[in-house]
Design a protein around this ligand. Structure first.
Ligand SMILES: [Ca+2]
Ligand SMILES: [Ca+2]
Ligand SMILES: [Ca+2]
Ligand SMILES: [Ca+2]
Length: 510
């Protein structure tokens, strides 16, 4: 007999179930009518009971949020006004285990501001973080911990649902998935003081979606070497993965910033880091052309821009391009950074977009693609959004589209048709920067000596600096050990090799 649970996925695909809404809580700031209007609109849109709206009192300079100072909070104020009250409420209501998703609203500060740290020590020392990233670690001592070394995301790249992950890892510091409902604060939709961009964001997340949306990956062949590595390992990998899923895909390989596309369902680009000179004013209309174009409903977007979520206050002060403009342009879900994340800290487009294309909830796709916890990252949009007609998994046997079927691919998430594995441990070089074989890619923060304490990154960097060659240090297999190999290793900081077909244990090497 056919097991009855085979019918369940269909039922779950139809909007939000009662059990799903019981696992979502919403944070609003009582000091802002806009924040409250957003929280109430979302509760209504997803049938979330009033008791699950948490009302914090966070004083802000302008209740209508025209003053961007409300987007930052000091560490002591974050502890006093947000973290401690929330942990208390979660304990009192028994939410510690039952709650799965926390939704923050515009008006809850965006960023915990830490002391300034020189760029070279950023990944080791900074305590600046996205408020949302800290909230995902509630009850964990990792809240406020500096840098990224102690906080690789244990859910990153896992083929599990978040609930399965949490059931299997009850002690994991990652307890909650956090999403933010925000956009520019004006213009307001009447009669409630609900920003129009946020109203549309909510509407878009549940508007009917078609199977034929366009997945646009805007590659850029004009970047300097260190960034070109990310162009390959992140954006090229995203187009490989999406091609493997058989979706309608444009992988734009021109230097020109992609614009005037229609029906965009998923998008990844370099944003204002694109090398085109002069760059059109990033997102929105420029000289009669729309960048990147028109979005389909339920569109999910990401870009490789350091401070793209630094503000959602209009009018913004420009510098780098802003996620707020993508939301204003009709994107329903977007990832961003509230401060410099450094390249290793960005969400991986290939994981984000492939999970989402396969029908995962947007928030689950985001957390599965997020390399480090408690860092600068933020997800903007309705966390429960998912596609109505996902790509089918039958064609996903080669998830990175490199022609090597998953079961035998020694780097399952990175296109590596040649499968080069010079140390023979079963992981291809392109996803194996664990030079000393201790199970993860380490760094000694730029110090190459003494040898015994040298990190994997420094081992490769030293070979490059001395003009030498070691096949294991040549990660991309171009017969040279250089800056590119160092950049590849940096993108894998504190991560284990793979994922690949091999389940071999890491072995120590001299
Ligand atoms: Ca591969
Ligand atoms: Ca290897
Ligand atoms: Ca290592
Ligand atoms: Ca190389």
């Amino acid at each position: 007999m056919r097991p009855i649970f085979a019918l369940l996925p269909l039922a779950l695909a139809l909007g939000c179930t009662a059990s799903e809404s019981s696992r979502v809580c919403i944070l609003v700031n009582q000091a802002s009518p806009v924040s409250q209007a957003i929280g109430e609109a979302y509760a209504e849109a997803r049938g979330i009971p009033e008791e699950q709206i948490v009302r914090l009192e966070i004083p802000i300079p302008d209740p209508m949020l025209g003053d961007a100072r409300h987007e930052s909070i000091t560490r002591p104020d974050f502890e006093r006004l947000i973290r401690r009250p929330l942990e208390q409420i979660f304990e009192e209501r028994g939410w510690r285990d039952s709650m799965e998703i926390i939704v923050t609203t515009k008006g809850i500060p965006l960023r915990v501001e830490g002391p300034e740290v020189p760029v070279r020590y950023l990944l080791r020392e900074t305590t600046t973080a996205a408020v949302d990233a800290e909230l995902s670690l509630l009850f964990s001592p990792l809240v406020g911990s500096p840098g990224i070394a102690s906080s690789p995301n244990p859910f990153y790249g896992r083929d599990l649902s978040f609930q399965e992950f949490r059931d299997q890892h009850p002690q994991s510091p990652l307890r909650f998935m956090v999403a933010r409902l925000t956009g520019y604060q004006t213009p307001l939709a009447e009669p409630a003081p609900l920003p129009r961009d946020v109203a549309r964001l909510l509407e878009n997340a549940q508007a009917p979606s078609s199977a034929r949306g366009l997945w646009l990956i805007d590659l850029d062949p004009g970047l300097p070497d260190a960034l070109d590595v990310a162009n390959h390992l992140l954006l090229k990998a995203a187009s490989g993965t999406l091609a493997g899923l058989g979706v309608r895909l444009v992988a734009d390989e021109e230097v020109a910033f992609a614009g005037a596309y229609e029906g965009i369902q998923g998008y990844a680009s370099w944003g204002s880091n694109a090398s085109q000179e002069p760059l059109p004013g990033a997102y929105g209309e420029s000289e009669g052309r729309l960048y990147p174009g028109e979005f389909a409903s339920r569109a999910l977007v990401t870009d490789l821009v350091s401070t793209n979520a630094r503000t959602f206050t209009a009018p913004p002060r420009y510098g780098q391009s802003l996620v707020a403009d993508l939301v204003a342009g009709g994107a329903a879900g977007a990832t961003g950074h509230v401060a410099e994340p450094s390249l290793p800290g960005v969400v991986r487009p290939q994981l984000l977009l492939s999970r989402y294309a396969q029908g995962d909830r947007a928030i689950e796709a985001y957390y599965g693609a997020l390399p480090y916890l408690g860092w600068m990252n933020v997800y903007v949009g309705d966390p429960l959004m998912r596609l109505e007609e996902p790509a089918t998994a039958e064609i996903a046997m080669d998830i990175d589209g490199d022609g090597q079927l998953d079961w035998r691919d020694n780097c399952r998430r990175v296109p590596n048709p040649r499968q080069r594995d010079t140390d023979g441990d079963g992981y291809g070089n392109i996803c194996d920067s664990d030079i000393d074989g201790d199970g993860r890619t380490t760094t000694s923060w730029g110090e190459s000596f003494p040898r015994s304490r040298r990190g994997d990154v420094e081992a490769i960097a030293l070979t490059a600096k001395e003009g030498g060659y070691h096949p294991d240090h040549d990660l991309d297999g171009d017969n040279s050990v250089d800056e590119r190999d160092v950049s590849i290793a940096q993108l894998r900081l504190f991560m284990a090799p793979g994922p690949g077909a091999s389940k071999k244990k890491a072995r120590p090497r001299p």
